[in-house]
Design a protein around this ligand. Structure first.
Ligand code: FAD
Length: 319
């Protein structure tokens, strides 16, 4: 059996960012992921400039198409000077981050984790002093060490989404909040390279209380996009997914087991943006292992859009 200093379960943005930082300081770490990369991931792929800064790359260094939105509409209203906002395709971005991390990756579906003399044992095959839970919503590290004592406290989001190749004609990114009494928002995100991502994501509990399903809102979105001429007739096969927004108390660390990204439920309260928080929590976890700082999520913002809306309002007032 091979012993590592750190085993990271999950090779998404959280796990890859953590490994990238650890490898820079020569830490012997291993990533286990149940899927073979490149793998698809349900996600609109909107990333903020902060993600690029945190991962220390410029747009020109990204080897795939990086969409830069020129126009953004919220509930039909154009946002003036929205600042740089980007979109990537997850199948490309996640694979690139993982390779760039320099960490060894083994395809392995983690089922059983236990404590051992040297730290942690994973499925009786791998052992490590530190264990990073980066396995997303259903992370086995969360279920083994956190779900009883430090459960996620944020709202559960249910989403339906589809990304497909199409020659979109309108490159403006569109978001619709709370339309049709939807406790969430719908999106239309055209991407460079001829891809379009459309979807709906909302609060699962509120939807249930309304007696409506996410499918109702998906159907509403498709009809709206067709009426606006933004998509032509097509058979859609959206994929569903659940994840958690930031709660009142973040599950963070039990002994040397640390949760990052969706495993900790870190998506922002207003937009459900999870890539940025996943990357930052991964870097913070690495820095705690390196002894640079205690692991805390306090510095990761809980909202994405609300500070920007304030800035956009200031821009309007100057016109
Ligand atoms: C429809 C939808 C749209 C979204 N849009 C956006 C957006 O536009 N912008 C944004 O910032 N965020 C968005 N998000 C949120 C974002 O996708 C997540 O927050 C982000 O992927 C979290 O990254 P992560 O690394 O924590 O987890 P993930 O990306 O989910 O990676 C977890 C990895 O763990 C692996 N794994 C899981 N279980 C095991 C196991 N037992 N053994 C081994 N490996 C395992 C999985 O295979 C996976 O590769 C969206 C989410 C959804 C559902």
């Amino acid at each position: 059996m091979r012993h590592y200093q750190v085993i990271i379960i999950g090779g998404g943005p959280a796990g890859a960012a953590c490994a990238w930082r650890l490898i820079q300081d020569g830490i012997d770490c291993l990533i286990l992921d149940k899927q073979s990369f490149p793998r698809p991931k349900t996600c609109a792929g909107w990333i903020t400039p902060r993600v690029l800064r945190d991962l220390d790359f410029s747009p020109s260094e990204y080897p795939y198409d990086l969409t830069s939105f020129q126009r953004i509409y919220i509930n039909g209203f154009p946002i003036l000077r929205p600042g740089k906002q980007y979109a990537i395709r997850r199948v490309e971005f996640d694979n690139w981050l993982l390779e760039r991390s320099g960490a060894p990756v083994i395809q392995h579906h983690v089922k059983e984790i236990s404590k051992s003399e040297k730290g942690y044992m994973v499925d009786g095959e791998y052992s490590a002093e530190y264990l990073i839970g980066a396995g997303g919503t259903h992370c086995p590290v969360y279920h083994t060490f956190f779900s009883n004592d430090q459960p996620r406290t944020g709202a559960q989001i249910v989403a339906l989404e589809e990304e497909f190749s199409t020659e979109w004609k309108d490159g403006g990114c569109r978001l619709w909040f709370f339309e049709n009494r939807f406790p969430g928002y719908a999106w239309y995100v055209p991407k460079a390279g001829g891809y379009l991502n459309i979807g709906v994501g909302g609060n699962a509990l509120l939807l249930k209380q309304q007696g409506r399903s996410i499918q109702d809102h998906w159907d509403y979105l498709v009809q709206k996009l067709q009426d606006l001429g933004l998509v032509s007739q097509k058979e859609f096969q959206p994929e569903g997914c659940v994840y958690y927004l930031r709660g009142k108390q973040d599950p963070t660390q039990v002994g040397n087991a640390i949760l990052i990204g969706d495993a900790a439920g870190l998506a922002t309260l207003d937009m459900g943006e999870g890539i940025g928080p996943a990357v930052r929590s991964g870097l913070l976890a690495a820095e705690s292992i390196l002894g640079i700082s205690e692991y805390s999520l306090a510095a990761i913002p809980k909202c994405s859009l609300i500070p920007k809306i304030f800035q956009w309002a200031v821009n309007y007032s100057k016109i």
